[in-house]
Design a protein around this ligand. Sequence first.
Ligand code: CA
Length: 229
Amino acid sequence: MSRILIIEDEPALQRALAANFTFDSHEVLTASDGRTGYQMAVDNQPDVVILDLMLPGMSGFEVCRKLRAEGVTTPVLMLTARGEEADRITGLDLGADDYVTKPFSVRELSARVRALLRRANPPHALPDRLRIDDIEIDFRSYEARKSGQPLDLTRKEFHLVQLLVARTGEAVSREEILNKVWGMEVYVTTRTVDTHVANLRSKMERDPRHPEHLITVHGIGYRWAGGTS
Ligand code: CA
């Protein structure tokens, strides 16, 4: 979940964008004029600012320029009007990271916001291997051993363990696990994650009923506990 600040004075567009990003499980903040938007960008530390160019009070250019002058490095995506190439260039010169031209599709805007978020928050590096207790896993060759004997893990199980180990100590939600391990597959639910974790526990844990590594985080998902080397 990221925090997205939308600075847009056109109520219908602001509502549509807010609804879209809320639906994508982001926290959305909105402002309808430049001055308020600028202050919110400074005070609320959003992960991305969507900034309309033509705003009452203070223009999008001015907001962007002031933010950069204050040392705020939050990615800014500017909304410009069709054909105003000079505006786009000025916006990029003033420190905007990207722009879309009105009218735009919400899908395109979402894709660009995702790209900005990825650039700002690079994903956790996935580990190549895991050695814990009597278990050894090589995530690159999909080989696993327990007490020196081959341990039969499915591809999904490899990916699930790898994801949790990459985030050792952190609660990873079922939804995120589904997104990252199952991706676009349609016929899976968060229940699928639970089933796979149960199977993994019976394969990896000393006592599957009292897991030491694949820990349930109630109401959220799972957390990996233990060493990673
Ligand atoms: Ca406007």
